[in-house]
Design a protein around this ligand. Structure first.
Ligand code: PLP
Length: 286
């Protein structure tokens, strides 16, 4: 496939960066993953704006306007159209390559920009009886206190994901020291109780997920379901009728097993199906 590196398009296997790159040495960078289905993106401008905000938050120089980013990513997808109908694009901006390993932000260094595409699966069917069901474990969120920044330093997330994976689960559901739900190791989380959809508020404990945003906005615009953003305790999670995890690659994924026990009645819920229907009908508008 064709990748983009610092202004050039080249075969992915030929892309090279210096070992003195701050992304490599310190995980000092910001990234995004954006899905395209048959060439149509979901949440492209929200993803780009989140990245621009993240770069500003950690003082990495951003050489592109939002429209220039859009053109760059759309062009890369077009160049890779022979790689499959559905593609994700990974965008990585590190602080750049220094002449030494030294913690302070270097001056006069250009950021490293690296993008590549990869095949993604077809969306899951909007059908409770056929959709893939997820199983999770829960564990205390031991990442850092800036989870709203989409940092390339993902070791905390990787360790938590592995806790789920190594025990035969798909993901790990995280809670803070107060026993409040934060998110998954690579996704946001929602519960449903008595017909009301509830998701933790957007603060420094979670990534402001674009899928989360699209779900909230499309469900509010539709008007037929109730949705709330508020603190959610793990007791509420354990007593919920439904549990979902959301991300650009998973869309809205129903979780039917948590810590080896069924969520609700152990089946995919009716509210999931309605919400996924609403999301699917409007996702390309974002
Ligand atoms: N939370 C974390 C920790 C993530 O890594 C991700 C996505 O990778 C998400 C949430 C979901 O974000 P989005 O919907 O923007 O993909």
């Amino acid at each position: 496939s064709i990748a983009y590196l610092n202004g050039e398009y080249l075969p992915l296997e030929e892309a090279r960066i210096s070992p003195l790159d701050r992304g490599f040495l310190f995980g000092d960078g910001i990234y995004e993953v954006i899905p395209y289905y048959n060439g149509k993106s979901v949440g492209l401008m929200p993803h780009i704006n989140r990245m621009i905000n993240g770069l500003a938050a950690i003082e990495i120089k951003n050489n592109h306007t939002a429209d220039e980013w859009k053109t760059l990513l759309d062009d890369l997808i077009a160049k890779n159209s022979d790689q499959g109908e559905n593609l994700g694009v990974y965008v990585h901006v590190s602080r750049g390559t220094d002449t030494k390993r030294y913690h302070a932000y270097p001056e006069g260094v250009e950021p490293t920009i690296f993008c590549f595409t990869f095949g993604i699966k077809d969306p899951e069917p909007v059908d409770r009886t056929r959709v893939h069901q997820y199983s999770m474990i829960s564990t205390e969120d031991l990442r850092w206190q800036r989870c709203h920044i989409k940092s390339t330093a993902l070791l905390g997330n990787v360790i938590h994901f592995q806790e789920g994976y190594s025990t035969g689960n798909d993901e790990a559901l995280l809670y803070n020291a107060k026993g409040e739900l934060t998110e998954g190791s690579s996704c946001n989380a929602f519960i449903v109780k008595d017909g009301v959809i509830i998701t933790p508020i957007q603060d420094n404990q979670i990534l402001p997920g674009i899928t989360r945003r699209i779900i909230i906005d499309s469900i509010k615009a539709d008007g037929s379901l109730k949705i709330e953003e508020r603190t959610v305790t793990m007791d509420e999670v354990r007593n919920a009728d439904e549990l979902w995890i959301t991300s650009s690659s998973k869309e809205i994924a129903p979780v039917t097993k948590l810590d080896g026990k069924p969520v609700g009645n152990g089946e995919v819920g009716e509210i999931w199906e309605k919400a996924f229907q609403i999301y699917t009908a409007s996702k390309f508008d974002f």
